[in-house]
Design a protein around this ligand. Structure first.
Ligand code: URA
Length: 408
């Protein structure tokens, strides 16, 4: 009985592989209804899952769709995934850095949901850029330039997609076992042999504590072992937005500035350098310090930026066509002091209100809008000074200064 399985999880008991398989496949088949799956997800959220249950759920997700295999076609490929953040445009930067150092990168990225943006939306702000490459095009491009950033091909872990949509509206996104099986099933089905996961912690992230991030890290590494995939994790802060811009075209332009070496003194640059060096050390099997040297050299010699241009050209994009709105409003400081905090979550909410993100899956994105920050944590702000520029196309409610900036 369906209800017996839900009750078993509600009481915190361990479900067998067969119970998980039948329950979750029953949902895809329509036998189990949204309300029953919602109850199950909430029971999982509250009571957690044993490692065995997480392994079972991951397998059920993987088995629900296609499984890609690049072995013998693309060797030494490293994939990277972020659990999602505000202003997180790292893929646009580290893809070119890593590929320019000789490690092939095929990144199948997603769209944004909730307050966090998605790489595919950002890339689509480049007119003409194709995000729907087919398998043969991916293989040709990886052989030609060593770098592909596209949307997901095939039907990878379709069950995760269905469950994720339900989690999003039932308050069950932030469950460690559910996040681990969701991300790892897609990475494994996508054929990645070596996987770097950037786990975000903070008010703009799914996880709020370092302890939870460590637990997610452990689980993902364990799932990787089961499928002979090398998994590494980096835990990074998401109380403050990454870099200086939030919004699709703005984030592409900021990525170009980082790749050109125009912006080096911020959390985005530091994280990109760290992630790139880790991926290169995994891909080449070299020491991370050695990989770091390669990263700096690629950036300093302009090789990473050249690789970015090659990527955009190969996928049909026109980088000169990236546009931001001409309509702007400013957030100004009402006091003089040090910027103590910049609230990532509130900026995420503002970006969705502007149209840079989706409030629901059907929403259309406005690529031209967003927020550019002119101060970072630790900077001095003077009374009347502009702290942020808001690029908009439709009217929006200006947020209270204090909800975003803490200055004293
Ligand atoms: N990203 C995913 O793909 N799945 C999750 O559960 C959370 C973040």
């Amino acid at each position: 009985m369906i209800v017996d399985v839900i009750n078993k999880k509600r009481l915190g008991k361990e479900l067998s592989y067969s119970e998980i398989d039948k329950f979750f496949n029953g949902y895809l088949d329509g036998e189990i209804k949204d309300y029953q799956m919602s109850a199950m997800l909430m029971a999982i959220c509250i009571n957690g899952m044993t490692d065995e249950e997480v392994f079972a759920l991951t397998k059920v997700f993987i088995d629900s769709g296609d499984v890609l295999d690049f072995e013998g076609i693309i060797d030494g490929m490293v994939d990277k995934h972020s659990t999602g953040g505000i202003g997180d445009k790292t893929t646009l930067i580290i893809g070119p850095i890593v590929a320019s150092c000789g490690v092939p990168v095929v990144k199948m990225s997603g769209r944004g949901l909730g307050y966090t943006g998605g790489t595919i939306d950002k890339l689509e702000s480049i007119p003409g850029y194709r995000t729907n490459l087919q398998d043969d095009e991916i293989i040709k491009q990886i052989k030609d330039i060593g770098l592909v950033v596209t949307g997901q091909t095939g039907d990878l872990a379709p069950m995760d997609k269905a469950i994720y949509a339900l989690r999003d509206v039932t308050g069950t996104v932030s469950s460690i076992p559910l996040i681990a099986s969701s991300i790892m099933s897609k990475k494994i089905a996508g054929g990645a042999e070596k996987i770097l996961i950037d786990i975000k912690v903070g008010n703009g992230a799914l996880l709020q504590t370092k302890k939870d991030a460590n637990e997610l890290s452990r689980l993902m590494i364990e799932i990787g072992k089961l499928y002979q995939r090398e998994v590494k994790t980096i835990i990074s802060d998401m109380n403050t937005p990454l870099g200086t811009s939030i919004g699709n075209a703005l984030e592409v332009l900021e990525s170009i500035d980082i790749l050109k070496g125009k912006e080096t003194d911020n959390n985005l640059y530091d994280l990109c350098v760290d992630l790139s060096a880790t991926m290169i050390s995994m891909g080449k099997g070299i020491d991370k310090n050695e990989a770091l040297k390669e990263v700096y050299e690629s950036l300093n010699k302009g090789r990473a930026y050249q690789k970015f241009l090659e990527l955009v050209k190969a996928q049909g994009g026109d980088i000169d066509g990236v546009k931001v709105s001409k309509k702007v409003k400013y957030i100004k400081s009402d006091t003089t002091g040090i910027v103590n905090k910049i609230n990532a979550l509130e900026l995420g909410k503002l970006s969705v209100a502007l149209g840079a993100g989706r409030a629901s899956k059907e929403d259309k994105i406005d690529f031209e809008v967003g927020i550019k920050l002119h101060k970072k944590v630790g900077d001095v702000a003077k009374k009347g000074e502009v702290l942020a520029t808001i690029y908009y196309n439709k009217e929006f409610r200006m947020p209270e200064l204090e909800t975003i900036f803490d200055i004293s």
